[in-house]
Design a protein around this ligand. Structure first.
Ligand code: GLC
Length: 778
């Protein structure tokens, strides 16, 4: 049955609900309630963070070593008041109130103005054989975002969204299960936003009013119910707390913010050298070349094809002189080769690292190398081994690893045969011996734990250089170890259109370093589509073009001079914006803020932004309104409250307005908020071509502030103080614009450079940057 028809209805057991509260026990972080056989624990972990747990039989599952959220004990204890009445109890923090009815046991939250949120709906918390669930009210004007990796548009109200990692290679706007499974979302209405992290790695599902209008439901195949309520009220605060709970990204190497070129595959040394030369010859900036599966010997992971890449070390070394970094793909499937001298298989077999079935047989599936076996990444010893295997790559000079097919993807027959997708049996044991579980609990973590093994291994192997890690599959918290790209999109306009809402929803799920395949993976882009995609791709936190083996070539120069020029211009714009972008990555690393943001992120009280999926903000200041249709050369743009500048012409517009923007193929409409300060670097052919000898600050008159973050871009020294921040402020004083620069903070010293302060529409002043404070008048 096609997936879009949905699943056949099956008769399921009725739900059992929690009985009347019989006993209340206060402990330092909350209350524990006995409700017949069931027990409920409500913990106050921060003034805006509440954890709710319900165990149907009174026994809570122990904490797992692979648990994503920070343990309760690690939160600094916060005060809360407890009040009991005959009908309910009430827990009150500095920000919210949580009431729990005694019979029925239902939870309701209130903000300080008494607005209700996350309120249980009938039947509240419930369970049945092998499942637990919770129902809550949807406010009439509420909208829903996040949910990890999703297709379609921005707001997920009326959708049913399953969390089960899947190789969804031919996804459409109606596809449910995707590569990533991140059981987190946020609900937003004017003045009030809250997030829900459903703390389960088992199969789970959100139903946002699809089954019953006005009610959302979450259910999981785990026996306990366990979720966190995060009060905002704004998305930024929700994300800050959510990423405090599940982790934040580390600072990436600066080169990974440059342009990445990929294809399945640049499959010989000669081809790779030519590709690199072409970029430099045509003066199209590029930092990274990705090597897809054909660099390997017969798709054996951690090998090199002696025929196609006889001397990869020299190739990497030579091209690194020219500024190129290399990223190689690694799949989890290890070729099963009992006779050959293939170490990853032999060692894995010897140490029993591969997933077995419940009957004790090593499990196998078919992937690129044919019959393959799969490491159990839930085990720390397996992760360590796998991490170290990457020495085969780092010894060659590889600077990043692209983890693919890690849902994990596999077939029951060799690839190319008419086989079926499959996964490990749900009862296959996984995890360390003292903590064993089954694949049912571990499935959604498989890709995440592979990415973790990779990131931790690379840090051991390259202790002085940040590495780049990319993964297709992941779970909540994936940002701690890896960037994410959205798998196999298609070279069609509708996929271009879906890419920004998809990346925005990932950003609203804590995953800031994200990208889509520019140009589309499957199929052939037209010149026009490719040009428009490159413009949009300039905004992707990871800017990588990629295409499948059967598609036409998708490099910036294959579509003729006009499109080549457009690609160059937008890639150059990306490189000029690097100081701005790098600061946004620092913000993501320190607060969990997304890099690419839907407008609702900064205008959460403006309902006009709630369904605005086709405009985005790159950081707080730059707003793009790209074109997603062939032949379109103008488009409607919504400018929220405030004053806006056209990036290209400097023209100003009053916000809370729609305008018609001109958008010939050469132009993606781009706007800047008044009061913005955008730091720009000179164009370079790669990020480290030379130190930034000139920093241009484009200041847009108004009230505003911007802190620029800098460090060496590649080492870990920023962790011990080798960073620098400089805060710039702008305001008006009568007809004058004043720009104030505060003294540089931190221990890192940029090399000597000119700073040009350009106040748009007024002129520029420059000075030699010595890190001291200044006041400039325009
Ligand atoms: C998968 C990946 C794709 C890659 C291909 C070959 O389809 O999603 O990006 O090129 O495998 O490795």
């Amino acid at each position: 049955m096609p997936e879009i028809w949905g699943k056949m209805p099956i008769t399921e057991q009725p739900w059992s609900t929690v009985g009347e509260v019989q006993r209340v026990e206060r402990f330092e972080r909350g209350v524990e309630l006995d409700c017949g056989n069931a027990r409920v624990i409500i913990s106050i972990l921060a003034a805006n963070l509440v954890r709710v747990r319900m165990a149907p039989n009174g026994e809570f599952s122990p904490r797992r070593s692979w648990a994503t959220p920070v343990a309760d004990e690690e939160w600094e204890q916060v005060p809360f008041e407890l009040q009991e009445t005959p009908e309910a109890l009430e827990l009150k923090t500095e920000q919210i109130r949580v009431t729990v009815g005694r019979n029925p046991v239902q939870i309701t939250c209130f903000d300080q103005s008494g607005r209700v949120f996350a309120q249980d709906a009938e039947p509240g918390m419930a369970w049945r054989q092998g499942a637990s669930a919770n129902w809550k009210q949807i406010a009439e004007d509420e909208h829903f975002y996040g949910f990890g990796e999703r297709t379609g548009l921005l707001d997920k109200r009326s959708d049913r969204l399953t969390n089960w990692t899947t190789d969804s290679l031919d996804y459409t706007a109606l596809t449910d299960e995707m590569y990533q499974a991140i059981p987190f979302f946020m609900a937003l209405r004017p003045q009030l936003g809250y997030g829900i992290f459903f703390n389960t790695t088992f199969w789970s599902q959100f139903d946002i009013g699809a089954e019953q209008y006005g009610v959302w439901k979450m259910q999981s195949q785990s026996k306990d119910l366990d979720y966190y309520i995060i009060y905002g009220p704004e998305p930024a605060q929700i994300l800050q707390t959510y990423t405090q709970l599940t982790g934040r990204m580390p600072m990436p190497p600066r080169w990974s913010l440059g342009y990445h070129q990929c294809r399945w595959s640049y499959d010989s040394e000669e081809e790779v050298r030519q590709l690199a030369q072409e970029f430099r010859k045509r003066q199209i900036p590029c930092d990274v070349i990705h090597l897809d599966i054909d660099y390997m010997r017969g798709y054996r992971v951690f090998t090199w094809s002696p025929k196609r890449f006889p001397d990869p070390k020299t190739m990497v070394k030579d091209l690194s002189q020219d500024g190129f970094k290399f990223v190689t793909i690694v799949d989890p499937g290890v070729k099963e080769e009992t006779e050959a001298d293939y170490l990853p298989f032999e060692e894995g077999l010897e140490h029993d690292y591969f997933v077995r079935t419940a009957e004790g047989k090593i499990f196998h599936g078919y992937v690129w190398p044919g019959r393959a076996v799969f490491p159990d990444f839930l085990r720390p010893d397996v992760r360590e081994w796998w991490g170290n295997l990457q020495k085969e790559l780092t010894d060659v000079g590889i600077a990043g690893v692209w983890n693919d097919m890690n849902e994990p993807a596999m077939n029951d027959r060799p690839f190319g045969d008419p086989g079926k997708k499959m996964w490990f049996p749900l009862d296959a044991p996984q995890g360390p011996a003292d903590e064993q579980t089954t694949h049912a609990e571990a499935h959604n973590l498989y890709g995440q734990m592979m990415a973790r093994a990779c990131a931790e291994g690379l840090e051991r192997l390259r202790p002085n250089a940040r590495s780049f890690v990319l993964t297709r599959s992941g779970y909540a918290g994936v940002q701690r170890w890896s960037a994410v790209w959205t798998g196999d999109n298609q070279s069609l306009w509708e996929y271009l259109e879906m890419s920004l809402p998809a990346l925005c929803n990932l950003g609203l799920s804590g995953v800031a370093f994200v990208g889509e395949d520019i140009g589309g993976f499957a199929g052939n882009a037209t010149a026009e589509l490719f040009a428009r995609w490159m413009q949009v791709g300039m905004l992707y936190p990871m800017m990588r073009a990629h295409s499948t083996t059967a598609s036409a070539r998708h490099e910036p120069w294959v579509f003729g001079d006009r499109v080549e020029k457009i690609c160059r211009e937008y890639i150059e714009l990306r490189y000029r914006l690097l100081p701005y972008l790098y600061t946004l990555f620092w913000e993501a690393a320190s607060t969990g803020a997304p890099i690419l943001r839907p407008l609702l992120y900064h205008f959460p009280n403006d309902p006009k932004t709630y369904n605005l999926y086709d405009q985005v903000l790159l950081g707080p200041s730059l707003m793009a309104a790209p074109v997603y249709r062939p032949g379109v050369e103008e488009r409607l743009v919504y400018l929220p409250e405030g004053e806006w500048y056209d990036w290209w012409s400097g023209e100003t517009y009053q916000g809370a307005n729609h305008i018609l923007a001109q958008a010939p193929l050469e132009k993606m409409p781009l706007f800047v908020r008044a009061g913005a300060i955008i730091p720009l670097a000179p164009v370079m052919q790669y990020t480290d071509e030379r130190p930034m000898d000139e920093l241009r600050l484009r200041v847009y008159p108004g009230e505003g502030e911007w802190t620029l973050y800098e460090d060496d871009g590649h080492s870990f020294e920023y962790r011990t103080g080798a960073w620098a921040t400089t805060t710039y402020r702008v305001h008006s004083d009568g007809p004058q614009t004043i720009v104030e620069i505060t003294a540089r903070q931190g221990e890192w010293q940029p090399r000597s450079r000119q700073v040009i302060v350009e106040v748009v529409g007024k002129g520029e002043q420059q000075f030699e940057d010595d890190g001291s404070d200044r006041r400039l008048t325009f």
